[in-house]
Design a binder for this molecule. Structure first.
Ligand code: NAD
Length: 296
């Protein structure tokens, strides 16, 4: 079997177009422009790239982008004061604090100071609790993007065996909750899982979110399974820098029914879902109907 490639780049473009269309309608019919505030503390090079990309795409879909760049020595008090200001700003519908924060800042405290209704990353404990109890919440962007691609490919996921490799708060755990919400039988595997190959071989859906280059070889994949590779790993091969996922793409593509590539799979969906979440937050804040297909 040669796997169908799930093209995350094309899918993300579709999501962005849908968001842009809805933003146009919001402006025209309601005079409202959704706004996303991104807060960056310090000068981490990867974070700077992400923030620039988020700002650019926010503007491209017609939303307002507010960037707050604070120096690495910013105090917790000043950061919390900025978040309080953004929480009270009616033009700001989404707030994202770029992680990781410098060591002297308490990440949990900072994230939990964001108004849950504006928490477009879905990391606030209220949103985590709402997702865990199957209630309407803001859903973390990367798992939301994975879910959208799975639903698009399969239609219903009901009754499927899914394995999520990785139990982080930002990917693994919310991914498992979302799959459970779509009636999969879910296994969460992690660094202490016994006989991981055997666990993966039973799965109709494999979501790999570990951060170890090509750790899942093709012979772990059940024939015809759907593989969603969240991992982004920079390696050097043949003297060149390369991005690879957590799955060995070449051998997995020979057994899977469908697979996301790295790059061009889950990555582009993450920012598209951030924009979708900002639109959703804006609609909820204004008591308007949420756009279909952009939330869990
Ligand atoms: P993390 O380091 O917080 O979590 C990694 C998880 O992998 C842990 O729960 C750990 O138990 C598990 N793990 C470690 N070694 C393992 C092993 N040998 N076998 C099984 N499980 C093992 O990482 P994260 O933030 O969840 O990110 C995971 C990967 O996804 C990284 O490569 C990251 O860059 C990528 N990522 C991509 C996007 C995107 O937009 N595509 C977004 C977030 C994260």
């Amino acid at each position: 079997m040669v796997a169908q490639v799930i093209d995350g780049k094309a899918f993300a473009a579709k999501v962005r177009a849908q968001v842009a269309d809805q933003v146009g309608k919001l402006k025209e019919e309601n005079g409202i422009t959704p706004g996303l505030a991104v807060v960056l503390v310090g000068e981490d090079p990867a974070s700077q790239v992400y923030v620039r990309s988020k700002g650019k795409q926010t503007v491209e879909v017609g939303m307002n982008s507010y960037e707050h760049k604070l120096d690495a020595e910013t105090t917790e008090e000043d950061l919390l004061a900025l978040i309080a200001k953004l929480n009270n700003d009616p033009d700001v519908h989404g707030i994202l604090v770029q992680l990781p924060l410098p060591k002297h800042l308490n990440e949990d405290l900072v994230i939990n100071s964001i108004d849950p209704a504006k928490d477009v990353d879905g990391f606030h404990i209220s949103n985590v609790g709402l997702l865990g109890t199957g209630q309407k919440s803001m859903v973390p962007c990367t798992p939301l993007g994975c879910l959208m691609m799975l639903r698009d490919y399969h239609g219903s996921l009901s009754g499927m065996d899914a394995v999520v490799i990785g139990r982080s708060n930002i990917v693994g755990k919310p991914m498992a909750q979302l799959l459970l919400g779509d009636s999969c039988t879910v296994t969460i595997a992690h660094s202490r899982t016994k006989d991981l190959p055997d666990v993966v071989r039973r799965a109709d859906i494999v979501v790999a979110a570990v951060g170890r280059p090509e750790m899942v070889p093709g012979d772990w994949i059940k024939e015809g399974a759907t593989v969603i590779d969240v991992g982004i790993n920079r390696i050097e091969r043949d003297g060149k820098n390369k991005l690879v996922g957590d799955v060995d793409y070449a051998s997995a593509a020979e057994r899977a029914g469908a697979i996301t590539p790295v790059p061009g799979g889950v990555g582009p969906m993450t920012i598209a879902c951030l924009l979708a979440n900002t639109l959703t937050a804006c609609c909820r804040a204004n008591g308007l109907t949420e756009p279909e297909g952009l939330t869990a």
